[in-house]
Design a protein around this ligand. Sequence first.
Ligand SMILES: Nc1ncnc2c1ncn2[C@@H]1O[C@H](COP(=O)(O)OP(=O)(O)OP(=O)(O)O)[C@@H](O)[C@H]1O
Ligand SMILES: [Mg+2]
Length: 370
Amino acid sequence: MENPFKYGCVVSGDHFCERAKAEMEIRGFVKAGQNVFVQGERRMGKTSLVKKAVAGIRGERLVYIDLYCIGTQADLCRRVTEGVGRANASMPFLKRVMGFVSRLRPTLAFDSNDGSPKISVDTLAAEEPSSLDVVLTMLEKVAADGKTCVVFDEFQDVLRLKESERVLAEMRGRIQFQENVPYFFLGSVRHEMWRIFTDSKSPFFKSAAAYDVGEIDAADFSRFLVSRFQKGKRRISSALAGRIIETVCGVSGDVQELCAALWDVTDSGSEITDADLPAALDVVFMRERKGFERAVSALTPTQFTVLQGLAVYPGAKVFGGEFLRCIGVTNTGAVKKALSRLEDHNLIHVSGGTYKFTDSFFRQWILKGV
Ligand SMILES: Nc1ncnc2c1ncn2[C@@H]1O[C@H](COP(=O)(O)OP(=O)(O)OP(=O)(O)O)[C@@H](O)[C@H]1O
Ligand SMILES: [Mg+2]
């Protein structure tokens, strides 16, 4: 049987553990036409949640636009047009969209695998400054039916554009008057999302409500994991499922990755026990080892000591006497500097007032070496 756990992609159907309250809250925003910026740690389930919630609203059309690693304005125009084109495969709709962006010399093609439409635009034409207005106007016209929800994913990557301020200002100018259209802006780089939405100098300042996607309810998630294992004739106690969730700090994608590895190291019909966990973690470490080693080799001894301390004492008061005594560093200035470097390396971040590992497998790998 195929591995019943999925990670590294958007999940739906029976790969999706119900999170009724969060879905209801997202639907509430959609129905109210409320703009929202959605953040949460990497792999926590932001994209899957928003897609699932919108799909559950009868008659609601989802325009999904992924801005991951966007490089140029032409890229932005292309992704908006493609996103709109994917929202509805009917010919009259596609023709209407092509008409709205005719200045960008659009072409229509159909995917040979699943037949989904893809509207492309000419790169040179899309690079002209005025083209952004053309695609944003098209988006506005498409959404004017009051039954469309627009999702910009990895929205912070707009900041990568050379003229990000102008682009943001233009987008804001367009979006603010569309009262009935819910715009969702998803992102995982917290400080950049904050910069866009809460810095008084940003065009998007106070333009959207904040929504945080946290952990899936542990009891629901562990029930879900038990039933997924059962599907493949493997038994696991809900207590152990709970420990798996804790091991990776409740990050949905990491939970599924660890379970996929557990699946790989156990046999059909077996009872999974705590003794299987180290072998499953080793499967993940084998994939990630090179990156982990590279990250550690770039650290100074003090930075590494502080990192080890954070791995062993999660949630510790990092400037408290006890933590400093335990890690054997007495100079708070040195600890402060080390923490700031570790944050720059994106190995840790502040969440809920404490330092957390950005990758919980990395923490487990450090713990293994302590
Ligand atoms: N509701 C859910 N039930 C079970 N697993 C989930 C759920 N949501 C997300 N996951 C797991 O997390 C992984 C990442 O999901 P998703 O891409 O939606 O998260 P994300 O927060 O958008 O991630 P990124 O930060 O990479 O954009 C999925 O592949 C899946 O393993
Ligand atoms: Mg995502």
